[in-house]
Structures are given as structure tokens and as C-alpha cells.
Write a new protein. Structure first.
Length: 506
């Protein structure tokens, strides 16, 4: 049965209802009347007045306005009475918040909410309640201070804030996040795909992978460095951090919050440092190469001189002395050229840029053929030079001499025991337009499945040869890469090997 308050004619029953209802009300309930002579009266004041305002019901007499006036905080007195006068004059609801200093409780916040009515005799009645809102005001103040601190932290920070609601698939980006992108500094809601579309394509796989790992609860939070395109079309490096703060019953993420930090300057310095370290490493490598060039090239030519002198000593009748002296002169000239080139390298070691000159490739191959005459006492070495005589490449002279000599001597050193060594030099243009040189031999070959990853390593050898030191191919690759070229290899055991040099030259 529903109690019909307005239709019930039993006054006792209605009064009992009101009595119980008012007893449960924590606020101070009142009827406040101001007559035409400006006299105050309180026809109704609930007993909670003593608890709320530390005044008994008996205290609410005509002089109560003076007591109330004294208790209202000095800063709020004008506001309180101006609002009362306005509500009385305009017969509008009376709503006001004010502070009052109570004898026991001290300073408290109160709120008055009342309905206003004017009677025919000019009286204005206020029907309402007074609430103690001190705790609410304290919470509001703490919240305000917290928000101010948070806002100050945001303004002082270099991090933008983002908040992704995965249920509605919307993302809030703070003004600083947008500022990173050189957009207007206004907070907006946007779809999450917006950011994804501006991430650098090279960074996307790692970006998605890191987020998914956190979504799958494999890592406690998400952190990723990636580049994003700004409105000006340039890329900036940012540090993106995020954490799931709400999941459903199955562990699926519902809400993620995080930060964006512009780390472009830091990344630029980091990349510059890496570049500097690489330059020093390259210079170090060139110094190592230089020492090996000295030992390798000069030892080869010194060995040729010794071989020629041995031939002269062995020729008792001196019938071939003129021919040997001619070979000796050739080797001597080549030695002088080598020393001149090595001297040039010494001069340029303090410079990061290696001296480069247009060189006739065919001539350097011919010089190599002359240099290796008598090498390892081989008399049936066939070297085929198919490189056009007019062709030039931009390369360092000493490096080119060393590269060609290494490949040629290796082909002879690792010749197949059942056939005479044959070395073929072929020139071609790669699809990208770069010049390339292919050096093919019919030697022992290399098992690339076993040694492919070690082929160009320092001191790595793949054949049982007494002179194998595992340094030649290492030197060669470093020299080619120092000239921004590349090298590849094809080989079959028992058939032979082909090395292809692709020059950084079009």
C-alpha cells in the first residue's frame, strides 16, 4: 500500500509522517518570514538547528538576525545579506553558500536553499533548509589544489598526455601532445588511428609489437621510441609510454593512459654520437688496413724481388741477366708506386675522407698481373682481363691495388691440385646503375653453407694451406666498404669461386 500524503485526511497520521520524516533529516529545516515592517520570525525551525548551527529552537527569536550576523564570516556577510534582499525583492529562490564561525565547531561552510513566496499582506516567506557542506568544500578545495598541481606539472613537463577509451575507441590528446605535432594547442578527442597514420613506416612493426605485448600482459607497461610526422611534413622522435588501467573480466584492456615526450634533440645527439663513433671506428679500421697493406703488399713485392735475384744467382752463365733486370725494374717501379700510395694514405689518416681518384680499372688489373709473375713459382697461371681499357672507377689507388692483388693471389694460392689456375676479370653494370667487377677462379671453392658467415672474418681460414693467415679477405672487404662499396660471393666446392665488387660509382 502506498501512503497518499496529499489525499490522506487523517491529520494525526499525516502529522506522524511529517514528524518521522523531519526527525531523519540531517539539515536544518526552516520557515523564515519577513513582514512589511521588516520584522523577522521563524514559524518553523527543526531540532537539528542545534547540531547544524549550534543554536537551539528557542534562540530563533526576532533578534536572531544579530546572532546570525555575528557568526557569518566577515568575508561572506555582504554576499549573504545581498542574496537575501534580492530573493525577497524579486521573490526568487534563495540560494547562497557562506562560512560561519561557530563556538564549538569553529569555521564551517553552509548552504541555504529555500523557496520564496509573497502573501497578500506583503509578507515574504522562505521555506528551505541549511546544509553543512564543510566536508564537500574541503574535498572541492583538495581537488582544486590537486588539479592546479597537475596542471602546473603538465605545463612544466615536456610530456603530452593521452587517454584511450577502447570501449568507445576515442583518444584524448592533451594540448602538448598536439603541440609536438605542431597543431593547435587545444585539447581534443580523436580516433586512435590518427597517431598510427603518422608513425614512420619503419617504426610501425616495433610500435605495434610493444603495445600488443603490454595488452597481452607480457610486460608491465608499454614504452617505445618512434618517429611521427608533424603538420609541417617533418619527422620528430618521441618517447611513447602507456599503461592499461582498466580491463574487463577476461583481461581485455578497456582503457589505456600514457604520455608523449619529444626526444628529437636527444635522438639527434645520440645519432650524432653514433655517427662520430662510426667515423672513429672507420678511421681505426683504415689504420689497421694500412698496417696490413704494408705487410701484405710490400712482402709480396719484396718476395718477387728476392725471386728475381735468386734467378740471377742461379744463372751461372748470366744468359738471362738482362731479362731478369728488366723484370726487377718493373717490380721496383711497382714498389715505388705502392710506397707512394701508402704514403698518401698516411697523409690522409688524419682526415676522415679517403683520397679518391678516377682510375683505369684495366690498367690496375694489368699491373696486378705483372706483380704476381713468379708468385708461388706458378708458371701456368692464366689471367683473363675482360675489362674495357677505357673504363674508369672512382677509388683509392692503394686500396684498389690491394683488393686486386688479394683476390688474384688467393686464386693462385688455393688453386685446385688437378688443374692450372685460371682467373677471369669481368665488368658489368648492375640494375641500379652501379659499376661492378666480377673475379672468377677455378680453384678449390668454399663451402658457403659452413663458412659463409665467417668468410670475411679476421683470421678465419677455410683451407689447409701453410701460408693461409685469414687476413686477406678481411682487409679486402674493409677496403671496399671504406669506399662505400659492397662485396658478395658465390662458390662451389671443387668448382671455384666468384667474388663480385659493386663500386659506389655510376
Amino acid at each position: 500500500m502506498v501512503f497518499d500524503l496529499y489525499g490522506n485526511e487523517n491529520c494525526l497520521e499525516v502529522n506522524n509522517f511529517y514528524k518521522k520524516l523531519l526527525a531523519e533529516m540531517p539539515d536544518l529545516l526552516f520557515q523564515f518570514v519577513i513582514d512589511s515592517d521588516n520584522r523577522y520570525s521563524f514559524p518553523l525551525v527543526s531540532k537539528s538547528a542545534d547540531d547544524i548551527f549550534e543554536l537551539s529552537v528557542e534562540d530563533f527569536t526576532n533578534d536572531i538576525k544579530l546572532v546570525i550576523y555575528d557568526r557569518i564570516s566577515l568575508q561572506d556577510r555582504d554576499l549573504f545579506f545581498q542574496s537575501l534582499v534580492k530573493s525577497r525583492k524579486e521573490v526568487q529562490p534563495w540560494n547562497v553558500e557562506f562560512r560561519a564561525l561557530l563556538p564549538k565547531k569553529g569555521l564551517r561552510w553552509f548552504k541555504v536553499s529555500a523557496k520564496t513566496e509573497r502573501s497578500a499582506d506583503g509578507r515574504v516567506s522562505f521555506f528551505g533548509h541549511v546544509s553543512d557542506i564543510t566536508e564537500l568544500k574541503d574535498k572541492e578545495e583538495k581537488l582544486r589544489i590537486s588539479e592546479e598541481r597537475f596542471q602546473f606539472a603538465l605545463e612544466a613537463s615536456t610530456a603530452g598526455i593521452w587517454d584511450w577509451d577502447m570501449v568507445t575507441n576515442t583518444v584524448f590528446y592533451s594540448s602538448l601532445s598536439l603541440k609536438i605535432l605542431e597543431l593547435e594547442s587545444t585539447d581534443i578527442f580523436d580516433d586512435p588511428e590518427r597517431w598510427d597514420k603518422i608513425v614512420h613506416p619503419e617504426d610501425l612493426p616495433k610500435y605495434y609489437s610493444d603495445i600488443q605485448e603490454h595488452f597481452d600482459n607480457k610486460i608491465p607497461y608499454y614504452e617505445n621510441y618512434h618517429r611521427v610526422m608533424t603538420s609541417s611534413g617533418n619527422y620528430k622522435w618521441i618517447l611513447d609510454r602507456g599503461k592499461v588501467i582498466e580491463r574487463d573480466g577476461n583481461g581485455r584492456p578497456l582503457r589505456v593512459i600514457g604520455t608523449h615526450t619529444d626526444v628529437s634533440l636527444q635522438k639527434e645527439k645520440e645519432l650524432e654520437l653514433l655517427k662520430t663513433m662510426k667515423l672513429y671506428s672507420d678511421q681505426n679500421s683504415r689504420l689497421v688496413n694500412f698496417s696490413h697493406i704494408v705487410s701484405h703488399n710490400l712482402n709480396t713485392q719484396a718476395g718477387n724481388i728476392k725471386s728475381i735475384l735468386d734467378f740471377i744467382d742461379a744463372d751461372v752463365d748470366k744468359q738471362t741477366i738482362n731479362e731478369m733486370l728488366e723484370h726487377l725494374r718493373t717490380v721496383s717501379n711497382d714498389l715505388n708506386d705502392t710506397i707512394a700510395n701508402l704514403t698518401q694514405i698516411v697523409k690522409t689518416q688524419s682526415n676522415i675522407n679517403i683520397a679518391v681518384a678516377p682510375l683505369r680499372l684495366s690498367e690496375y688489373i694489368e699491373k696486378t698481373i705483372t706483380t704476381i709473375k713468379g708468385y708461388d713459382k706458378q708458371t701456368k697461371v692464366t689471367i683473363v682481363n675482360n675489362v674495357p681499357k677505357y673504363l674508369t672507377i672512382n677509388f683509392n689507388p692503394a686500396y684498389l691495388e690491394s683488393v686486386l692483388l688479394n683476390f688474384t693471389t688467393n686464386a693462385i694460392k688455393y688453386a685446385h691440385p688437378d688443374r692450372d689456375p685460371v682467373v677471369v676479370f669481368d665488368f658489368s653494370i648492375e640494375p641500379e646503375g652501379y659499376k661492378s667487377l666480377k673475379i672468377t677462379d677455378n680453384g678449390l671453392g668454399i663451402d658457403l653453407a659452413v663458412y659463409g658467415d665467417l668468410l670475411f672474418g679476421m683470421y678465419k681460414t677455410f683451407h689447409k694451406h701453410q701460408e693461409a693467415r685469414g687476413i686477406g679477405l678481411y682487409i679486402t672487404r674493409n677496403q671496399i666498404e671504406a669506399m662505400k662499396g659492397s662485396i658478395s660471393v658465390e662458390s662451389k666446392v671443387g668448382v671455384g669461386t666468384s667474388f663480385k665488387i659493386i663500386f659506389n660509382d655510376i
